[in-house]
Structure formats: structure tokens, C-alpha cells
Design a protein around this ligand. Structure first.
Ligand code: FE
Ligand code: FE
Ligand code: ZN
Length: 276
């Protein structure tokens, strides 16, 4: 059975997200660990975490995905901004230890004129400070569209990070279909070639989760605007082929399409009609 779900609001806690997911026939979901534009988080509600764990297991829920606030910039030139990323990510990781079966996804960041090499070093240093051999959560680097000076727009840039992290066994990759398409990987005409490239550069075993989105922009546009499944420049057929591939089976597929909850429910039904 396909593991598919969508991004949900975490405002009412974990149990509430779990129930909302089940109500739309999802068996995974993603949420922001705190206000995506700010950094505030609610007090940790351990009993909500426990209720969720129990409910999710009873309903055969799969791995879920926590998303760090996208305003974090782990490779900023400003030391205070890097410190903030450090503080928030280590706090998030501590909190996530209360949830069974969760990945922690983050955007590697934007180097803003410092160059990829300097930016990469900051990201590596941060990961070397926050990853511990005993943590249960695997941290995911998201593939980026290459908007502005984003790091992670090529598989090679992600591999360069992974290679320099001590506890790289705690590190994986979340592939965003809109981002890699906007980044120039032609999943419409050469899906097999792109997946082979991922495998030869990073290694397919590092692929832990997928953001399943269509794109409002064209191949290589470096824009990052998500579109509804089948309504963008990737199109339904390549996305169905993508989720049908054997490397993708059992990975959490998260829709981040511009939808309300009913729209997500329809997209999940649509995709399950091709791949139950
Ligand atoms: Fe993201
Ligand atoms: Fe994404
Ligand atoms: Zn995006």
C-alpha cells in the first residue's frame, strides 16, 4: 500500500493531525515543528505525543515528516542567524524523540554571496554539532530548486554535505519533485536517468522521503512554485510513473500542493487510483 499524505497544520497537536490524516485516507503526513515564518513553538505536550503514538499504531500509520521552519538559514554569514538555526534544530530534535517514527526535514540554506563551499562548511559544522549516535530521528536534507543562492540544488551539493558529516548514518535526503524539476532534472522525459543519477551520486539508500508536487514553472527555472498534481509542467503521468518506481515504494510521499484539506483528499484518492 502506498504511503501517502500531505502537509497538515500542527496548531491542534499530534493526535489531531493523526485523526485528520486518517480521515482523508492518508497514512503519513508532514507538519511544521513551529510557526514556519517565526520560531515560536508551543510547550511540549508529552501526553499528546503518547496519545498520537498509540492512535497512529492502531491505525497502521507510517513514518511521518517534521519540517523545520523554512526561515532558518543554517549557512547564513551572520553568526547569530546560524546560532538560531542550531538552537531551534537541536530543540526540535529533542522534542521529536517523543514521537515514534518521524523524520526531520530541513532546507540546507542559502549561502548569499559566500559561495557554496563556505555555506557547505557551515551546514556540515551545524550537523556535526547536533547529530548524536543515540538519537532515533533521521535528519533529511531537502533537494532544493536553486532559487537565489540555495544550497542543495544538485545531488552533488547534498552528497558533499553527507560526506563530511560524522554521523552520516543519521542523515538522509527528502526528494521534492517540484524542486528537482525546477533545478533542471528532467523527470518528465528521463525519469530513469534522474533516478540513476541520484543513486550514483548520493546512493538510493539515502532517499527516505518524497515531497510530491507538480510545478508552476519550467524545467531548470530555479523558481520553486508548487502546483496541483497534474496541473503543472510535470504533469500527472510522470508523477504516477515516479510513485510506481520500486525505489519509491514504502517511502512517505508528502503532498505540498496548494490545497485545502478536501483538495488533498482528492489528490490522495487520485494517486491511490493508480497505485493503491
Ligand atoms: Fe521544504
Ligand atoms: Fe518541499
Ligand atoms: Zn518548495
Amino acid at each position: 500500500m502506498l504511503t501517502i499524505g500531505c502537509h497538515l497544520s500542527s496548531a491542534d497537536g499530534f493526535l489531531s493531525m493523526g485523526k485528520e490524516a486518517i480521515s482523508i485516507n492518508a497514512n503519513t503526513f508532514q507538519f511544521f515543528t513551529r510557526n514556519p515564518r517565526g520560531f515560536k513553538s508551543k510547550n511540549l505536550d508529552v501526553s499528546d505525543c503518547e496519545s498520537f503514538n498509540k492512535y497512529w499504531k492502531e491505525h497502521d500509520g507510517k513514518m511521518i515528516v517534521a519540517h523545520a521552519p523554512y526561515t532558518l538559514n543554517p549557512c547564513s554569514a551572520d553568526e547569530r542567524v546560524r546560532e538560531l538555526a542550531h538552537m531551534i534544530m537541536s530543540d526540535d530534535l529533542q522534542r521529536l524523540e517523543h514521537i515514534n517514527g518521524v523524520y526531520y526535514n530541513f532546507h540546507p540554506g542559502s549561502h548569499v554571496k559566500q559561495g557554496v563551499e563556505v555555506g557547505t562548511t557551515y551546514i556540515v559544522n551545524l550537523l556535526n554539532e547536533i547529530l548524536t549516535p543515540t538519537q532515533s530521528t533521521i535528519v533529511l536534507l531537502e533537494t532544493m530548486a536553486g532559487k537565489g543562492s540555495e544550497i542543495g540544488k544538485t545531488f552533488e551539493e547534498l552528497k558533499a554535505i553527507i560526506d563530511r558529516v560524522d554521523h552520516s548514518e543519521k542523515l538522509g535526503v527528502c526528494l521534492d519533485t517540484c524542486h528537482i524539476f525546477d533545478g533542471g532534472y528532467d523527470i518528465v522525459n528521463d525519469l530513469g536517468g534522474v533516478m540513476d543519477k541520484f543513486d550514483s551520486v548520493i546512493g538510493i539508500s539515502k532517499l527516505k522521503a518524497v515531497h510530491l508536487n507538480d510545478s508552476k514553472n519550467t524545467l531548470g527555472s530555479h523558481k520553486d512554485r508548487h502546483e496541483l498534481i497534474g496541473k503543472g509542467n510535470i504533469g500527472l503521468d510522470p508523477l504516477v510513473k515516479f510513485i510506481s518506481r520500486k525505489e519509491i515504494q514504502n517511502l512517505p510521499l508528502i503532498l505540498e500542493t496548494p490545497n485545502d484539506i478536501n483538495g488533498y483528499k482528492s489528490e490522495i484518492a487520485l494517486l491511490r487510483s493508480y497505485r493503491p
